[in-house]
Ligand binder design. Structure first.
Ligand code: ADP
Length: 302
């Protein structure tokens, strides 16, 4: 069982030729509503990889909330620990997407900002009974830290996707079983620049020194740099035509958690997760782009 604590959003996806510069107005090509939020995306990614998944999070009482909850349930995700916050709007993300696949995103946290350490505490039994707890940083830091503590005390693996990077990541959130930042996040967390594989390795070692038992730095089309505390290795991704990299990192994290919980082998899990990330990058949208296990297995062999 995988438990995910995190954000649940409605994504409003706008496509355009080129992202507008500040002050500029450009014509959009389409508007699409899709379920998103890093937490929910990772939960769906894990569920589509075949795991039993439970979600801890908050939605608003604005109509979007029911839609978002319904969406998670339709993926087979247990929403018993998803709270509807009265008099509160649901989280919304405005995703601007240009033809090259590059994006710019504004996230309004809404109900996600109301997920408290008490909510984590109330879900303590769920967390303790899991194989892994997945965390991201679109929820209040004290809540994320409380959940990490509950998991750690019970010997449950904690996987943190440190996005978005806060000004100061609490020390206890560095001390996770697996930290999986992308390039920008890895650089922000260490204050080191990342422009080569050697830089990535240096940063991974530093993140390990800062407390992470294992570190995966996702490098987009180049794949993932894995450092397991002993050895660093670049595990290449598969080749795809990138259409929309939204949720590539979430697809990666969800697949990684499921496979790691099953096999206990990180190298094997990263190879599997790279394919999940690549498939997500090759398709439009957040959750619609998340692959099922059969597709990942097929692409891994092919
Ligand atoms: P994020 O979406 O968080 O920025 P990345 O872009 O690094 O994360 O993508 C996560 C993982 O997905 C990468 O490590 C890689 O395995 C895979 N991936 C992402 N983009 C591509 C791509 N264009 N081609 C192949 N694999 C990709």
């Amino acid at each position: 069982t995988i438990t995910v604590l995190g954000s649940i959003n409605l994504d409003l996806l706008v496509r355009c030729q080129a992202l507008p510069a500040p002050g500029q107005t450009v014509a959009g090509e389409s508007l699409t509503e899709v379920s998103g939020g890093k937490g929910a995306n990772q939960a769906v990614a894990a569920a589509r990889c075949g795991a039993a998944v439970r979600m801890i999070g908050c939605v608003g009482d604005d109509g979007f909330g029911d839609q978002l909850r319904q969406n998670l349930s339709s993926e087979g995700i247990d929403c018993g620990a998803v709270t509807t916050v009265p008099h509160c709007e649901s989280g919304v993300a405005i995703v601007q997407l240009e033809a090259s696949g590059e994006n710019a995103i504004i996230v309004v946290p809404g109900a996600n900002g109301r997920l408290t350490p008490d909510h984590a505490e109330q879900a303590a039994e769920l967390i303790r009974g899991s194989d892994a707890l997945m965390l991201q940083l679109e929820s209040p830091l004290p809540t994320v830290a409380a959940a990490a503590r509950l998991a750690r005390q019970a010997g449950v693996k904690v996987i943190l996707d440190p996005a978005p990077v806060p000004r100061q990541l609490p020390v206890e959130l560095h001390q996770v079983d697996l930290l999986c930042p992308n390039e920008t996040e890895a650089s922000a967390l260490t204050g080191l620049k990342l422009s080569s594989i050697e830089d990535a390795e240096r940063i991974a070692r530093k993140l390990h020194e800062q407390g992470a038992a294992n570190v995966c730095i996702t490098l987009g089309p180049r794949g993932t740099l894995l450092f397991d505390g002993q050895q660093a290795q670049l595990l290449p991704s598969i080749r795809v035509d990138a259409l929309d990299t939204t949720a590539a990192g979430d697809a990666f994290a969800g697949a990684l958690a499921v496979r790691w919980a099953e096999s206990g082998c990180l190298e094997d899990s990263v190879r599997f997760a790279n394919v999940a990330g690549a498939l997500a990058a090759s398709r439009l949208g957040a959750q619609p782009s998340l692959a099922r296990r059969e597709e990942i297995d097929a692409a891994l062999v092919g």
